[in-house]
Design a protein around this ligand. Structure first.
Ligand SMILES: NC(=O)c1ccc[n+]([C@@H]2O[C@H](COP(=O)([O-])OP(=O)(O)OC[C@H]3O[C@@H](n4cnc5c(N)ncnc54)[C@H](O)[C@@H]3O)[C@@H](O)[C@H]2O)c1
Length: 262
């Protein structure tokens, strides 16, 4: 790891809980933050726990103080009303970037989403250079985060890896997830590689495992040295037996964002 001091936002969340132990074992110091309580008793010796609301501008400077790199996984992770999305995902991400810039943070790993490009057809094969096509206000907030990251790279030299995460779950649970699944082991590797690659500039990649069938060309992730170790293929029989073949003209099975496009 080329960074000694990390901030992890969303540390109490589903993915934050997976990343937290993995990251703190790789760095000298980890500051873990969430709006939800993080029990002090669970803190490692090299870890500081901070309860904070990302939408509160006054806390951002405290979160990034003496930090080299930020893993930004906090925020609203589902579709919601515009006021909530704009307050937490848009304003909150801006406050974090601006505080990071002022504090001299060198790199951010940003949890973006398939929903930033959800209106592409599943039959399209896209790489990460295609124009965004958000499918929800949530997806729009991820598109904003990607663009904000680009501005902060172009203007201030603050690097970001935007990871358009497909579906990061213990295992795929439906046919669409066969295409979009990211195992927890591969999530950890992808975030770690995003922090160990010597230079990333502004880079967007897809967060998927080595799924045999997918709609994403993820060759750009190769420059990070990311080599996924898991594949959804091992779940194919189980999923196809449990889930009937979908009607291909149906929006949910036709578009990359699935039900979020309805
Ligand atoms: N899980 C997936 O498959 C998936 C897919 C695509 C993108 N993502 C993105 O990855 C990130 C993590 O997702 P997750 O599945 O762990 O979601 P999650 O909801 O479990 O975690 C998000 C965390 O952010 C915290 N949070 C919410 N509002 C906050 C605020 N105002 N201030 C501080 N913290 C706040 C929540 O308390 C929660 O612990 C999110 O940004 C999500 O959009 C996840």
């Amino acid at each position: 790891m080329i960074f000694d001091r990390l901030l992890l936002t969303g540390a109490a969340g589903k993915l934050g809980s997976i990343l937290r132990p993995a990251l703190r074992s790789q760095v000298a110091f980890l500051r873990s933050t969430d709006i939800k309580p993080l029990p002090e008793s669970q803190a490692a010796a090299n870890e500081e726990l901070v309860i904070a609301d990302l939408s509160d501008r006054s806390t951002a400077a405290r979160l990034v103080k003496d930090i080299d790199a930020v893993v930004h996984f906090g925020g609203i992770a589902l579709e919601s009303d515009y006021d909530s999305i704009s307050r937490v995902n848009i304003d909150g991400t801006y406050y974090l970037y601006e505080a990071a810039r002022q504090a001299g943070v060198k790199r951010v790993v940003f949890a973006s989403s398939v929903h930033a490009v959800g209106f592409y057809e599943q039959l399209d094969v896209i790489d990460a250079s295609v124009p965004q096509r958000p499918d929800t206000l949530y997806g729009l907030s991820k598109a904003f985060g990607e663009d904000l990251a680009r501005l902060y790279w172009d203007k201030y030299g603050l690097e970001t890896v935007c990871i358009r995460i497909g579906s990061s779950f213990p295992e795929p649970i439906d046919r669409r997830m066969m295409l979009t699944w990211l195992s927890f082991r591969d999530l950890i590797q992808l975030v770690s590689r995003s922090l160990t690659a010597p230079r990333v500039g502004h880079l967007t990649v897809y967060g998927i495992s080595d799924n045999y069938v997918t709609f994403w060309d993820n060759r750009l992730a190769g420059i990070l040295g990311y080599r996924p170790e898991d594949t959804s293929e091992v779940y194919r029989d189980k999923i196809e037996r449990a889930r009937p073949a979908p009607d291909k003209s149906d929006v949910v099975s036709r578009l990359q964002g699935g039900a979020y496009c309805l």
